[in-house]
Design a protein around this ligand. Structure first.
Ligand SMILES: Cc1ncc(COP(=O)(O)O)c(C=O)c1O
Length: 415
């Protein structure tokens, strides 16, 4: 028996958990769905679906603006959700939690507002070679607008950041560092605490893209001492269209508003506007109310299971799948870092990832194929794309067995 299989002792109640996710019992192409595209978006438990349903059936009203009962009730519920998220991240204050539409908007917000105030000609911004396009493009735009320079931390063949190169890039010209906590393509878990410490030693703030980290690991923003931490609700078993920007109070107070309009103000005259205090200063317009509420329900849900149990179980899935994939001839895993989350990208000699993905889909198995919004990383490995299987805590060893059988079948058909 394999090493992974012998040590697999799941301490989570898989049967109960799977029953919470209605979509897991649906058929795709006549087969039971095997959902291994959790890195793109995660499925939602009934508890989150019920919260959204309840909002529209019983609670629908706008927040922060009404004296009537519905508006007051939903304002309290929305602000309670902010507090749930604050506690989950161990942020010092709930006004350090800004609701956005997702990771992408959170990064655009910081890049735009920070860039406007703090970036000038010749300044430098550090990102890494494994960033998602959402953590490249907003910085590229700032660089173009301000005449600043984008510096990129390189990686080794395993997909780990070259920390010595990072140290060399940090300079008096560096204005901000923005790196991913966990790579969506490679699964690499980056040493973010060390990255932050090194930057702070030179008084440089750090933004961490936590889109792929929050579903797999607990995050303590005060222990990390990050200046900004961003993520999306939909990858964390919550609704789409909602995300979070955590920012240290000091920075959020200093940054100018990103978008302006209703909700962001104290007073407005045609001559002058005085902006609201945090967090409203960054929350223009009617937000995704049921999204914020649903996200807090999702967080309560994963905390009920326990993130340390989730991480341990997913690590077993990762080991088991990695071992099985390594036995397939001509298959190369892209991303073999020592410290990895449950994301496996791979290529198969002579085969196109799309073709593999299409055959797997016929078998009811959902994986992602392509560049995963990390084209510069693909260029680094000199490949067009990969097949990516990304696991969540509701996935099972039996599903991995089915995936391996399906993959072998696909390879045989395509070769
Ligand atoms: C590491 C990382 N950053 C950013 C994003 C963008 O997230 P969203 O599309 O939810 O804004 C993703 C999505 O895949 C991601 O994996």
């Amino acid at each position: 028996m394999s090493e992974a299989k012998t040590i697999l002792k799941t301490s989570i109640d898989l049967k109960k958990i799977r029953a919470d996710f209605p979509i897991l019992s649906r058929k795709v192409n006549g087969k039971s769905l095997v959902y291994f595209d959790n890195g793109a978006t995660a499925q939602k438990p009934q508890q989150v679906i019920d919260a959204i349903d309840r909002y529209y059936k019983e609670q629908n009203a706008n927040i922060h603006r009404g004296v009537h009962t519905l508006s007051q009730e939903i304002t309290i519920a929305y602000e309670n959700s902010r507090s749930t998220i604050q506690k989950h991240l161990n942020a010092a204050y709930s006004h350090e939690i800004i609701f956005t539409s997702g990771t992408t908007e959170s990064i655009n917000l910081v890049a735009t507002s920070f860039g406007k105030k703090f970036i000038s000609q010749g300044d430098e911004i550090i990102i890494s070679e494994m960033e998602h396009h959402s953590n490249i493009l907003p910085w590229q735009v700032v660089c173009e607008e301000k005449g600043a320079i984008l510096k990129v931390i390189p990686i080794n063949d395993s997909g780990e950041l070259l920390m010595d190169e990072y140290k060399k890039l940090l300079s008096d010209r560096t204005k901000i560092v923005a790196v991913t906590h966990i790579s969506n393509t490679l699964g690499t878990i980056n040493p973010v605490k060390e990255i932050i410490e090194l930057a702070h030693a030179k008084n440089i703030p750090v933004l961490i893209d936590g889109a792929q980290a929050v579903p797999h690991t607990s995050v303590d923003v005060q222990a990390l001492d990050c200046d900004f931490y961003v993520f999306s609700g939909h990858k964390l078993f919550g609704p789409t269209g909602v995300g979070i920007l955590y920012g240290k109070e000091k920075w959020l107070n200093e940054l100018p508003p990103y978008q302006v309009g209703g909700g962001t103000i104290k007073t407005v005259t045609f001559e002058k506007t005085e902006y609201a205090d945090l967090p409203l200063k960054f929350e223009a317009g009617t937000p995704h109310i049921e999204g914020g509420i649903g996200l807090a329900v999702a967080i309560d849900y994963i905390n009920e299971i326990g993130l340390s149990k989730i991480a341990a179980y997913e690590h077993e899935l990762l080991l088991y799948a990695t071992e099985a994939l390594q036995k397939i001839e001509g298959l190369r895993i892209i991303g073999t870092a020592k410290n990895k989350a449950s994301v496996i990208s791979f290529v198969v000699d002579g085969l196109h990832p799309f073709d593999i993905g299409t055959i797997l889909d016929q078998l009811g198995i959902a994986v992602r194929t392509g560049h995963h919004c990390t084209q510069p990383l693909m260029q680094c490995y000199e490949i067009q794309g990969t097949v990516r299987a990304s696991f969540a805590f509701y996935n099972t060893i039996e599903e991995i067995d089915e995936f391996i059988i399906g993959l072998n079948r696909a390879i045989k058909m395509l070769k």
